[in-house]
Design a protein around this ligand. Structure first.
Ligand SMILES: [Zn+2]
Length: 112
């Protein structure tokens, strides 16, 4: 994810992510991760996230300190939804799941 998008997330959600949070996802999931962070802000624990990455083509969100059931549900849903959103551009149609990536047809040939 571009630096300016990461900085925007850190600015708007300082309780959830900070300079130590590793963010390694495509720009196409910016809206998805923003919705997740907005949802986590209304959970009782507002968990600090350690890692936001991709595993087998899906979003993977980790908090080493553990999360409440409510936060876990929000994270699980965003991870599931990531399969249906191109990680490069955010397109939600014609998603190709080959090579453990979630990409639309226009971006399925790109290395990253
Ligand atoms: Zn795309």
């Amino acid at each position: 994810m571009r630096d300016e998008l990461q900085e925007e997330l850190k600015k708007h959600f300082p309780k959830l992510i900070d300079e130590k949070t590793q963010i390694a996802i495509g720009d196409g999931w910016f809206d998805l991760i923003t919705c997740l962070l907005q949802t986590l802000m209304i959970t009782p624990d507002k968990p600090r996230l350690d890692d936001i990455s991709t595993k087998f083509g899906r979003l993977r969100v980790t908090s080493f300190s553990g999360v409440s059931d409510a936060a876990h549900g929000a994270i699980a849903m965003s991870e599931m939804m990531s399969r249906y959103i191109c990680s490069v551009c955010g397109n939600k149609t014609d998603i190709n799941h080959t090579d453990h990536r979630s990409r639309c047809l226009a971006h399925s040939d790109q290395a990253r």
